[in-house]
Design a binder for this molecule. Structure first.
Ligand code: ATP
Length: 228
């Protein structure tokens, strides 16, 4: 059995994630690709207005329907405290003792691999599937992969996958629907996620209209609020 774990905040999962996941599933001929939303990510604090863990998991479930052999996995959300990848890999290894197990990472992650929690242990538990954006990226990864093999005995498989230039931050800030799968977008709309704040909306409108029109719009806003 060939299994890969693709972890992230997925706040929300976007087309860039889905494109990379598809490339990994196909090039490694996976039997299972686990989309694993992180519970409390050790490296970042979730911004205000983020989706809840259950909603991030649900968006991964929806997206998994459009990625070959993918499924959403709640393992990190069910565990108490910070999510460390090494703990997740241990749990997966227990569940699938005979499987070939990969951890999917981007270039930045592989370059800083030595600073993750217990990299020696991780090297025993899995291989890395590193998503390379272009030739230059591939060269940097290959160099680092050789060093990781020397120091930790870690095996890296490089997956060629021109990344789609987008991030979840960009999705949250712009709600540009071209960055999302339509089914994920539907879920976001139905659950009223990532709504812009009134301050953000005012600032955006101000950029687009004359000062005279802005004063009129603010007057309408005040009047509407009074009437409501
Ligand atoms: P944020 O903007 O909130 O930091 P993000 O878009 O970087 O989020 P994460 O959930 O942090 O998304 O990413 C999960 C994994 O997906 C990470 O390994 C990250 O490197 C990778 N990733 C993020 N964006 C892309 C993309 N456009 N193409 C391929 N992989 C990506």
């Amino acid at each position: 059995m060939r299994i890969a774990m693709y972890g992230g905040t997925f706040n929300p999962i976007h087309l860039g994630h889905m494109h990379a996941a598809t490339a990994v599933a196909e090039s490694l001929r996976l039997d299972k690709l686990l989309l694993m939303p992180a519970g409390i990510p050790p490296h970042k604090v979730l911004p205000e207005g983020s989706a809840t863990p259950a909603q991030r998991l649900e968006m991964c479930r929806i997206a998994a329907g459009y990625i070959p052999r993918a499924e959403a996995c709640p393992l990190e959300l069910e565990r108490e405290g910070a999510s460390y990848t090494v703990d997740t890999l241990r749990a997966l290894r227990q569940q699938y003792p005979q499987a070939d197990l990969w951890l999917v990472v981007g270039t930045d992650m592989v370059l800083t691999f030595d600073r993750w929690r217990q990299p020696e242990e991780m090297a025993k538990l899995c291989r890395l599937a590193v998503v390379a954006r272009d030739e230059q990226d591939r060269a940097r990864i290959a160099e680092k992969a050789a060093a990781l093999w020397e120091s930790l005995g870690l095996v890296c498989d490089i997956i060629d996958c021109p990344a789609l230039p987008m991030s979840s931050t960009q999705v949250r800030e712009t709600m540009d629907e071209r960055l999302l799968h339509p089914a994920v977008l539907d879920y976001i709309r139905q659950n009223r996620l990532y709504l812009p704040s009134p301050e953000h909306l005012r600032a955006e409108v101000e950029k687009r209209v004359s000062p005279k029109r802005m004063a009129h719009i603010l007057g309408c806003e005040r009047m509407a609020a009074e009437m409501a």
